[in-house]
Write a protein that binds this ligand. Structure first.
Ligand SMILES: [Zn+2]
Length: 362
């Protein structure tokens, strides 16, 4: 793999990850872009203690451009995009409309002088990851070698963002499909460097700590062993990874892809584990697309350890889930889910696992 870092016309960083030693990436961004002045902020909900990001400048971002104006395609003659090179394998660049960024203005420590409502600048970083220069492809159609390059990019970005001022947790994820609210169809994911530990991670760490105090082991390790023994929710496994539908799945389609060894984050994976991941994940994605006989809208979310706390109680895993409960019906987050955070699932995890296992993957 070859890594090349450069800058876009407005100073944002762009990093190329190529599958093999290729020609150096030296193309210059010829666009006349205004300098970046992100203004995001965070406020703490005084009733739940959870942080909320505010990024009003994002309202002006590009919404569903036609394919010939895709900003994630390589630059071609007379049509400059976010990527100055005429082709690429995997490329990462800073989001032009970030929810969190370096250099955000400092703010008073409370909202309107209300001492119970803390606020701060949204100090962090948001990046875009393009998985291929082929506009009409998808993650599930990448080669195992390309998935390995994507894993290298995730590992690199997790390490580098963890070292940035203010960043407390790094989140690599992919939103796929219009049903998820994706505004660009080009195969891509995102990486957030958050200025706080996320509520979901806080909750999982607290549960893992309690379980460890009682049993002396990590809860996910015990779940993994139990799912492998029970088999009813298993989707597949390789030497280093297992995929299964979680026993208390919230979403109508949900699969967890878990490494057999407890590691805090993607950079801690060995070469063998990084190689092995793509084979299982591509199989899982093939089954997801086969479930309803059409590309499944999904969210793929990497759960990684925070930068500074709880690392010994973290166990890296990938959660893939969909809002589609039948071929043409969406699961909405209505009263119980949105108001009370209580999920009610219309299908059982055992039924979903059986259907996913029955999908023929070519
Ligand atoms: Zn494109």
């Amino acid at each position: 793999m070859r890594r090349t870092a450069n800058h876009l016309a407005d100073g944002r960083e762009i990093i190329y990850f190529d599958d093999t030693e290729t020609a150096p990436r030296t193309a210059v961004d010829s666009r006349d872009l205004p300098a970046q002045a992100p203004r995001s902020e965070i406020r703490r909900d005084p009733l739940t203690g959870e942080w909320v990001g505010m990024a009003a400048h994002r309202q002006t971002r590009i919404y569903k451009p036609p394919a010939d104006l895709c900003p994630l395609c390589p630059t071609s003659r007379g049509r400059p995009t976010e990527i100055p090179e005429p082709c690429y394998d995997v490329v990462v660049f800073e989001n032009r409309f970030p929810s969190f960024a370096q250099g955000v203005p400092a703010l008073p420590s409370t909202v309107d002088g209300m001492p119970m409502v803390e606020q701060a600048g949204g100090l962090g970083r948001c990046e875009v990851v393009c998985f291929t220069s082929d506009h009409d492809s998808s993650f599930g159609r990448l080669s195992p070698a390309r998935v390995r390059t994507v894993v290298e990019a995730w590992a690199d970005r997790t390490e580098r963002l963890s070292a940035l001022p203010g960043v407390e947790q790094v989140f690599c994820f992919e939103n796929r499909g219009e049903e998820i609210g994706v505004t660009l169809h080009h195969p891509h994911g995102q990486i957030y460097g958050y200025p706080f530990v996320t509520p979901r991670t806080e909750r999982m760490l607290a549960t893992a700590r309690e379980y460890h105090a009682e049993h002396g082991r990590h809860v996910l390790g015990d779940v993994l062993a139990a799912e492998r023994a029970a088999q009813v929710r298993l989707i597949g496994s390789t030497e280093h990874w297992t995929a299964f539908v979680p026993a208390a799945a919230r979403w109508p389609v949900e699969v967890h892809v878990v490494p057999h060894r407890q590691v805090p984050d993607i950079p801690a994976l060995t070469d063998a584990e990084r190689d092995d991941f793509g084979h299982l994940y591509l199989d899982v994605l093939g089954r997801l697309d086969g479930l309803y006989g059409k590309p499944l809208p999904y969210i793929a979310a990497w759960h990684q350890a925070p930068v500074r706390v709880g690392r010994e109680h973290s166990w890296l895993h990938l959660q893939v889930f969909s809002v589609l409960r039948t071929a043409d019906k969406l699961k909405y987050l209505a009263g119980s889910e949105s108001g009370m955070a209580v999920w009610v699932n219309d299908v059982t995890p055992e039924q979903v696992a059986e259907r996913l296992r029955a999908v023929r993957v070519n």
